[in-house]
Design a protein around this ligand. Sequence first.
Ligand SMILES: *[C@@H]1O[C@H](CO)[C@@H](O)[C@H](O)[C@H]1NC(C)=O
Ligand SMILES: *[C@@H]1O[C@H](CO)[C@@H](O)[C@H](O)[C@H]1NC(C)=O
Ligand SMILES: *[C@@H]1O[C@H](CO)[C@@H](O)[C@H](O)[C@H]1NC(C)=O
Ligand SMILES: *[C@@H]1O[C@H](CO)[C@@H](O)[C@H](O)[C@H]1NC(C)=O
Ligand SMILES: *[C@@H]1O[C@H](CO)[C@@H](O)[C@H](O)[C@H]1NC(C)=O
Ligand SMILES: *[C@@H]1O[C@H](CO)[C@@H](O)[C@H](O)[C@H]1NC(C)=O
Ligand SMILES: *[C@@H]1O[C@H](CO)[C@@H](O)[C@H](O)[C@H]1NC(C)=O
Ligand SMILES: *[C@@H]1O[C@H](CO)[C@@H](O)[C@H](O)[C@H]1NC(C)=O
Ligand SMILES: *[C@@H]1O[C@H](CO)[C@@H](O)[C@H](O)[C@H]1NC(C)=O
Length: 434
Amino acid sequence: MGILSSRSFSIYSFVFVFFFFCSTFTLSGAYDPLDPNGNITIKWDIINWTPDGYVAVVTLYNFQKFRHIPAPGWQLQWTWAKKEVIWTMMGGQATEQGDCSKFKGNIPHCCQKKPNIVDMLQELLTKSRLPTAVGVSVGQAGTSNKTVKVPKNFTLKAPGPGYTCGPGRTGRPSQFISADGRRATQALMTWNVTCTYSQFLSQKTPTCCVSLSSFYNDTIVSCPTCSCGCQNNASHPGSCVEPKNPYLASVVAPPVTNKYSILPPLVQCTSHMCPVRIHWHVKTNYKEYWRVKVTITNFNYRMNYSDWNMVVQHPNFDNLTELFSFNYQPLTPYSTINDTAMLWGLKFYNDLLMQAGPLGNVQSELLFRKDSPTFTFDKGWAFPRRIYFNGDNCVMPPPDTYPWLPNSSPRPNFSLLSTTLTLLSALAFLYTHA
Ligand SMILES: *[C@@H]1O[C@H](CO)[C@@H](O)[C@H](O)[C@H]1NC(C)=O
Ligand SMILES: *[C@@H]1O[C@H](CO)[C@@H](O)[C@H](O)[C@H]1NC(C)=O
Ligand SMILES: *[C@@H]1O[C@H](CO)[C@@H](O)[C@H](O)[C@H]1NC(C)=O
Ligand SMILES: *[C@@H]1O[C@H](CO)[C@@H](O)[C@H](O)[C@H]1NC(C)=O
Ligand SMILES: *[C@@H]1O[C@H](CO)[C@@H](O)[C@H](O)[C@H]1NC(C)=O
Ligand SMILES: *[C@@H]1O[C@H](CO)[C@@H](O)[C@H](O)[C@H]1NC(C)=O
Ligand SMILES: *[C@@H]1O[C@H](CO)[C@@H](O)[C@H](O)[C@H]1NC(C)=O
Ligand SMILES: *[C@@H]1O[C@H](CO)[C@@H](O)[C@H](O)[C@H]1NC(C)=O
Ligand SMILES: *[C@@H]1O[C@H](CO)[C@@H](O)[C@H](O)[C@H]1NC(C)=O
């Protein structure tokens, strides 16, 4: 109580902070509050028995609403339950062959106990967002649904760490309908593996941050200092680049280009050190509407973000009236609440967020219709609750620094009873929606 009432906290921002803590907390599990059912499902369909094993189609379905699989694509690893080998593969390949010295004549594609398979069709997946499938012919595997053992310990990188996979579960065999639709065949055996993402597991430092401003207050609230890292010339010389550096081009040039290694970002020197900043400006107030301008700026010299997406949570999204120069799709993580939206660029116009520099930003304006019972410019209501860029949660400024309405009392009108009630209803909300 003492801390709270001495600062510019309102009940509203208190609840906000409460939710913020809850979400930080839940993010540490493999669960994402804005996409609670999101996962990547890996389905194995055995479609043929062979003299010493089987031929299977392994399909990856991305059931996540806003996290796609960027270049260089996914990598999948598992541990064979027996002494299986991979004779051949289509659409993917094992990164190492391993020790196949026991074999004479036909040499398997991979003899490792823990094969690591890389995607060869990554272009297809990101462009069309269709599931990708690889074909695999497995030997020394058992030749009936009684003797085949499901591989263990699946690990998915898509492309970095961050996914945890459950065990393979056999279930109803998949059905395949022929092209003319007249005949259905079915897999001889099917198992599924479900992998879920958690930013905590990916052990990444944040990759984006949010700054705020408004027409009603001159203060620009910048991204929190060190949101994604700190400038440290002593211990990490060259951890960032000054835009006026005459050697910029040579610093930025990637040292080695290995298709399967992801280059660390090389960012412009800023106080936040984030590769991406999202600025939310409350621009105009009309009688029945209000307008926001959103600017996404790329500070990374090593990355053109193609097919970027941004997810924003704000209570007024159920009354979004017009959106300029971005695409939009409402997301309803909890079927009753429509406060979250995914935004992305227009094809051939701003779907490519260029590397740091004069062209490295994209902008849009959002027009909301005021919903009179809830609408207010007071207490930071006009600012987003949460923003994700390419599936990563962006660092927000602390709510008590948000620009205030002039003349609005910074003193909270704060009663213990109403706080308790709000907390209880927040808890009730979490329980009924978790
Ligand atoms: C194996 O196949 C038989 C018949 O083809 C079926 O009855 C049985 O349920 C299957 N078992 C498993 C574990 O899929
Ligand atoms: C599963 O695989 C990962 C990565 O290969 C490895 O670190 C881990 O120890 C394995 N776990 C088990 C139980 O084999
Ligand atoms: C596996 O996942 C696919 C895709 O979600 C689903 O259609 C299928 O029913 C699942 N099969 C099993 C055996 O769980
Ligand atoms: C790091 O060096 C750059 C120029 O080399 C300078 O502008 C910046 O202020 C330095 N940062 C710190 C934290 O010393
Ligand atoms: C980004 O795209 C521009 C124009 O196509 C190209 O000149 C530049 O090298 C690209 N940068 C990176 C890091 O790929
Ligand atoms: C959510 O709001 C948008 C914009 O008003 C609307 O187009 C969409 O149909 C709504 N969805 C649901 C599930 O209410
Ligand atoms: C805003 O959206 C909600 C839910 O979709 C609806 O009930 C309400 O009437 C809308 N308000 C306005 C002013 O359109
Ligand atoms: C603008 O908001 C800041 C808080 O970020 C506050 O300190 C300042 O007093 C406000 N300015 C006016 C004119 O209200
Ligand atoms: C605080 O709220 C109470 C009841 O809602 C009201 O009577 C009182 O005037 C308010 N105080 C201030 C300083 O706004």
